[in-house]
Design a protein around this ligand. Sequence first.
Ligand code: FNR
Length: 378
Amino acid sequence: GVYLSSFTGEAPPDLPFSYAGIAERAQQALSPALWDYVAGGAGDEWTQNANVAAFGRYGLTPRMLSGAAQRDLSINLWGIDLPTPLMMAPVGVIGVCTQDGHGDQAAARAAAETGVPFIGSTLMQDPMEEVVGHSGDTPAFFQLYTPNNRDLAESFVRRAEAAGYRAIVVTLDTWVLGYRPRDLAYGTFPQLGGACLANYASDPVFRALLPAGADTAAIAATWAGLFGNPALTWDDLTWLRGLTDLPLVLKGVCAPEDVRRALDYGVDGIYCSNHGGRQAGSAPALDFLPGVVEAAGDLPVIFDSGIRSGVDVVKALALGATAVGIGRPYALSASLGGTDAIVHTLRCLLAEADLTMGLNGYADLATLRTHGAIRIPG
Ligand code: FNR
C-alpha cells in the first residue's frame, strides 16, 4: 500500500489529512440540507458525539524494541483474505455527496484501488449489479434493510448472490428512520426521489408492486410503504438464515445478551454499531465492544461508530474487533472529489493505523489484541 508520512518529499494532494479538515471542506462543498443529512444524527446528537468521545477513554500501550518494522494488518474473514481490517460501512444514498450521483460506484472503485471492501447499502443509487462491477478484485458485501415484504427481501438476497457479493449484512437498528431534528427541519428531502431508489426500482419484485406508469413520486411512496419491518423479531432470523449460504452478519447488535442469542441462529458475524448515532439515542458504541467480543467467542466482530482516525482504528482492534468500518469519514470525502478523495482518506487512515501499530511496537493484530488497549480512568 501507499503510506503517507511527514517529509515524503512529494507534493501533497489538495486534500486534508485529518477528519476535521475533511469535514470542514465537505461542509463548504455540500448544500446545508445534504451536510445536515450526512453529518447529523438522532436527537440532540449526544450519542454521535459520545461515540467519538469514547475513543478518548482508551489509550494504547507503547512497547519498545519489539521489532515492529514490518507490520501485518491482514485478516481472514469467512475464508476471504483481506489486506487490512478496514471497511467502508454501508452509507445509503451516498450519491447525493457526489457531483454525478454515482457515489456507490465511486466507493466501489475506491475499494478496487485500496483493497478496502465496500458494503453496499440496500439504498444504493444504482442497481447493485452495476455497483459491484466497479469493485475490481476487492470483495464487496451487501447490506440488507429487511423490507416488510418477504419476497422482496428474498429477491435482494438472490440478486446479491448472483451479482457476486460475498456476505449479507442485515441491519437491525433501522426498521424506521430515527428522530433527526436537522432533517426534520427541512420537512422534505428532495434528493431522496425516485432516482435515489434505483436499487429498489430495478428489482423485479419491487417493480411488480408499483402502480402502472409509476412516476418518481409513486416509486418513493411504494418504497416508503415497504422499507422497514417493525414486526421483525428473533423468530424471523431462522427465515433470514435460511435465505442464503453466504456469511450472514447482524449489524446494530451491542448487548452481549443479544450476541449470545444470535449464536443460536447460526450467524457468521456480529456487527457492533449504533449506526453512528443516527438511529436511537444510546450509549457510545465503543463501550459495548469488549462485551460483544467476549460474548461472540470465535465469531468475527465488526465495529463502527465514531472512528475518525487511524489511532481510533487501532484502538477498536485492540479492544477485540476483527474489522472496523467507517461511515462519515468516507461519505464526506466523496464530496471532495469522488473516488480519488475516498481513496485519499482510506490511505490516510491506513497509514496512520499502520504507523500507530509500528511505533507502538505491535507487528500484528494478535499481539495488539492481547496487550494493546488500556482504559484511561476518569
Ligand atoms: C449510514 N449508515 C447506514 N447503515 C446501514 O446499515 N445502511 C445504510 O443505508 C446506512 N446509511 C447511512 C447514511 C449516512 C449518510 C451515514 C453517515 C451512515 C450507518 C453506517 O453504516 C455506520 O454505521 C455509521 O456511519 C458509523 O458511524 P460513523 O463512522 O459515521 O461515525
